[in-house]
Structure formats: structure tokens, C-alpha cells
Ligand binder design. Structure first.
Ligand SMILES: C[S@@+](CC[C@H](N)C(=O)[O-])C[C@H]1O[C@@H](n2cnc3c(N)ncnc32)[C@H](O)[C@@H]1O
Length: 271
């Protein structure tokens, strides 16, 4: 295993914090264990050499790979189910009022391998069917890691991942489930646009959202990065829009201008 020197460790910690918000202060062993193999794959014998390569890679792919190995992409269908129930029962009716048609812009920030944005797509389809509304939904799903985005775009998952989904949804949206893997319905996939984005960067003013899901992402962030992320998310919301975060990441009154409305759900004031 390639040893991580103290100076290299502090350089990596600083780089990951400044660029991606991720706090690795207590993760020296984790970095050494998880990154050694990657260094060997690149034919490197030091972490300093690796960090140089990451700095020089303008595509950002190497940095994405590093984030990928040092954080978890753990996700699953229908995670934190009450959010999807709340969307159907309260948030969507509130946003749409009495209209029988409309457009909703939704951002899945830190989407990992796609289970979250596809669960969201299924929720929206069900809402349209049950309420008989014509709803145009545009879902933007972003992550820092190109690798997880490729998996998400592909939309193929092991059948055991179906466990969390209601049986009716499996039949409707998950194609043939008799083999070892299944593919998410093509129509559902076509509603989602995937993009590689760093959540530390502000969203361009041309993109504003009615609903943002940014769940189980800021658990890895230190206070300063968390504040930067919260500000970016607040700015990216339309007035009256909703932010859904992980239930383990609740925001304090000091941290946000958004109002808490349900557990782990916040709303931007209308004026
Ligand atoms: C644990 S997963 C959460 C996935 C999903 N939101 C969920 O709740 O199941 C966290 C994701 O955040 C992404 N991430 C971490 N830091 C990021 C950053 N600075 N910009 C964009 N994505 C980031 C990771 O690559 C990872 O895929």
C-alpha cells in the first residue's frame, strides 16, 4: 500500500474541502486504503503525484473519481418514503393549486446512481394518473461523479433493488423483472436530464426549480461548505418552491431563510 504522508494528507483534505465541500479531516486511513489501488492503476508511487494529476485534469473526471472513492454513493429506490408520500398528498397539490395542467421543474442534487430521480419520476406519474392532471415535469439530476451518472443514465439495476417499491409500481415502471436485472421504463428515463455538477458552484440564474431534492449529501460537509451549499440551494429555488433534505441533515433556523413545513421539508417564502 502507498503511504500517505502528513503534508499530502493535509493537501488532500484542503483540496476536497475547498473544491467539493467534503470534510475528510478524520479520514486519513480511509484515504490511504481506498486511494492506493487507484494510484497504482495510474502507475504512481505517491499521493502528491496523484494530486498533481487531479489539478491538471481540466475535465474534472479525476476529481470526481476521488470524490466517488472517498464518499458513499449509497442510495436506493423509495428512500425516506414519507417524502414521496408528502409530495403526492401535500406538496404537488399545493404547487399546482386547482390547475389541471402545469409545468414543474425539479432538481435532484447529488442523485448518485439514479434510484432517487426515478422514484420521483414514478411518484409524478402516479400523481398525474390519480388526479387526472396534465403535468409537464422536467427533472434535472446532477452529481459530481461521472461514474454514478453513467449508471443512472443506463437505468439498469439488480432485481433485488425492487424490494422497496410498491408492487404496482414495479409492474408499471420496471419492465421485465424476471431476470437478474431490470431496466427502468424508457418513458420515465426520457423525463430526466443528467448533468455532472459540483454543488459548491451556484446554479446559473436561468435554472430555477419548484422542488429540489438534496438528500444525504451534506452529511459529508463541514459547517462552511454546508452553509455554501444551503445558500446555493436556496437561490436555485423559485419563490414558494420546496427543498427536501435527508432526515439526518435537518437545518437550524440560523442556517436558512427557508421555512420548515414538514419533517426535512422546507419552503421558500412567496414574497
Ligand atoms: C449518499 S449519496 C445520496 C444519493 C441520494 N440523494 C439519496 O439520498 O439516496 C451522495 C451523493 O452526493 C454526491 N456528492 C458529494 N459531494 C458532491 C458535490 N460537491 N457536488 C455534487 N455531488 C456531490 C456523491 O457523489 C454521491 O453520489
Amino acid at each position: 500500500m502507498i503511504r500517505l504522508k502528513d503534508k499530502e494528507f493535509s493537501d488532500i483534505v484542503q483540496y476536497m474541502r475547498d473544491e467539493y465541500g467534503i470534510n475528510l479531516e478524520k479520514k486519513k486511513v480511509l484515504i490511504e486504503c481506498r486511494m492506493s489501488k487507484i494510484l497504482e492503476r495510474y502507475g504512481l508511487d505517491s499521493f502528491a503525484g496523484y494530486l498533481d494529476m487531479v489539478h491538471q485534469d481540466r475535465s474534472g473526471e479525476m476529481a470526481g473519481e476521488m470524490v466517488n472513492h472517498l464518499t458513499t454513493n449509497y442510495t436506493y429506490f423509495y428512500r425516506e418514503a414519507d417524502h414521496f408520500e408528502r409530495l403526492q398528498d401535500a406538496i404537488l397539490p399545493e404547487l399546482l393549486g386547482h390547475s389541471v395542467s402545469g409545468t414543474l421543474d425539479i432538481w435532484c442534487a447529488g442523485c448518485s446512481t439514479g434510484e432517487e430521480c426515478y422514484t420521483l419520476g414514478m411518484t409524478l406519474e402516479e400523481y398525474k394518473r390519480i388526479r387526472n392532471v396534465t403535468l409537464r415535469t422536467r427533472i434535472l439530476a446532477t452529481d459530481i461523479s461521472g461514474k454514478v451518472l453513467d449508471k443512472a443514465r443506463d437505468g439498469e439495476y439488480p432485481v433485488k433493488e425492487l424490494e422497496g417499491l410498491p408492487p404496482e409500481w414495479r409492474r408499471k415502471y420496471c419492465g421485465d423483472t424476471s431476470g437478474r436485472t431490470f431496466r427502468v421504463d424508457e418513458e420515465l428515463k426520457s423525463c430526466v436530464r443528467f448533468q455532472r455538477r459540483n454543488l459548491m458552484d451556484p446554479m446559473p440564474a436561468s435554472e430555477r426549480f419548484d422542488i429540489i431534492l438534496c438528500r444525504n449529501v451534506m452529511i459529508y460537509f463541514d459547517r462552511i461548505s454546508r452553509n455554501r451549499l444551503i445558500k446555493n440551494l436556496e437561490d436555485a429555488l423559485k419563490k414558494g418552491g420546496y427543498l427536501l433534505i435527508g432526515h439526518a441533515e435537518l437545518l437550524t433556523i440560523k442556517e436558512t431563510r427557508l421555512e420548515p413545513v414538514y419533517p426535512a421539508v422546507y419552503r421558500k417564502k412567496k414574497e
